[in-house]
Design a protein around this ligand. Structure first.
Ligand SMILES: C[S@@+](CC[C@H](N)C(=O)[O-])C[C@H]1O[C@@H](n2cnc3c(N)ncnc32)[C@H](O)[C@@H]1O
Length: 339
């Protein structure tokens, strides 16, 4: 498939703005500006001081910094002059009237408050897919919605990857949590000899087969229904590909996934992690920081820095970790199982 004529970075920039207002309105409601005005703090110290969730605070504060409300001063977040002027109750120029009203009208404001405080209500909707993924049970309505969502989000990156990453020495790829199969469809269309398998939950396998048939590669891309946490992984693959999988889970769960991959891979095989990386500080770039906040709200994960992924991979036994920017904001972090 040809590359899109324009890359998708502009779409990501536009989409991720959806979290800007909730980040401000939730921070106001939860006293985050007032607390940082009293005393600057790291995300962990602020979470402890206010009794909030550390993962959520680590994801939220870089977004407020990017928006110009905070500065990082030697590892402690402090209010910027703009925040002191407009985000504090006793300021004559307080914008609370606007952001309190905006917050009341936004679903993501409510979800973010619940994420930060850890007091989650049961939702009827499909706001937190990781709750179904954890149980390994995804009904067909949820599967259809999330798979279509991921397909739109990933298709350009999938085609982009085939133009930048070198798969020429790989013959059989297992795409763990492959969703619609878009990455393996693009790969099979680009490389006539490669064989690929989408490893997914049963309902998603059913949908992936439709996408694969539509892509015209059913002869070389198949599916296998395996719960990656509860069932044995198939053998015989020289590469395991994970796109947007590690960012759904905690560091410990990612270590377990890396270990399962290491055990199932052929000696000399490769693990490939397709993720939108954070810079080493963890505080940039936009839109990866907003994406990380979205992961805090909807999943058990976060975006990673390269050193964090390197640590996870090495702890499972992988060697020769390297990273390549493949398309738009996405990179592949790869490593090898020793031969
Ligand atoms: C964020 S989506 C990524 C989809 C695709 N890799 C992409 O980047 O477009 C996460 C995928 O992991 C799959 N998944 C979640 N839990 C799983 C499990 N226990 N076993 C297998 N797949 C799982 C979901 O069904 C979903 O398709």
């Amino acid at each position: 498939m040809e590359l899109p004529v324009v890359d998708d970075t502009g779409i990501w920039n536009a989409w991720m703005t959806m979290l800007n207002v909730p980040a401000i309105s939730a921070s106001l409601e939860l006293g985050i500006f007032e607390s940082l005005n009293t005393e600057p703090a790291s995300a962990i110290d602020l979470a402890r001081r206010l009794g909030y969730q550390e993962r959520a605070m680590k994801a939220l504060l870089p977004v407020l910094c990017h928006l110009g409300f905070l500065n990082d001063y030697n590892g402690a977040w402090q209010l910027s002059p703009m925040a002191r002027q407009y985000m504090l109750e006793d300021s004559a120029f307080f914008w609370g009237g606007v952001f309190r009203r905006e917050g009341r009208m936004l679903v993501r404001h409510k979800l973010l408050i619940e994420t930060i405080t850890g007091k989650r209500e049961k939702h009827e909707g499909r706001d937190r897919p990781a709750e179904s993924w954890e149980s390994g049970q995804v009904d067909m309505a949820m599967a259809r919605e999330i798979t279509a969502f991921m397909h739109s989000q990933s298709m350009a990156a999938a085609v982009g990857m085939t133009h930048s990453a070198d798969f020429s020495k790989i013959s059989r790829v297992l795409d763990v949590g492959g969703g619609s199969g878009c990455f393996m469809i693009a790969l099979a269309q680009a490389l006539p000899d490669i064989r690929c398998t989408i490893m997914e939950l049963p309902s998603i396998c059913e949908l992936a087969r439709e996408y694969i048939a539509e892509g015209g590669v059913s002869d070389r891309v198949d599916t296998v229904s395996v719960d990656m946490f509860r069932e044995k992984w198939p053998a015989g693959y020289d590469a395991h590909f994970f796109s947007n999988i590690f960012h759904d889970w905690s560091f410990n769960t990612c270590r377990e996934l890396a270990k399962s991959s290491f055990e199932a891979l052929e000696p000399g095989g490769k693990i490939l992690l397709h993720e939108m990386l954070l810079h080493d500080s963890g505080h940039s770039p936009y839109p990866a920081i907003n994406f990380s906040l979205l992961m805090a709200i909807g999943t058990l994960g976060q975006q990673f820095t390269l050193p964090q992924l390197e640590d996870i991979l090495q702890s499972a036994g992988f060697v020769n970790v390297s990273s390549l920017n493949t398309y738009g904001y996405y990179s592949i972090v790869s490593a090898e199982k020793p031969a």
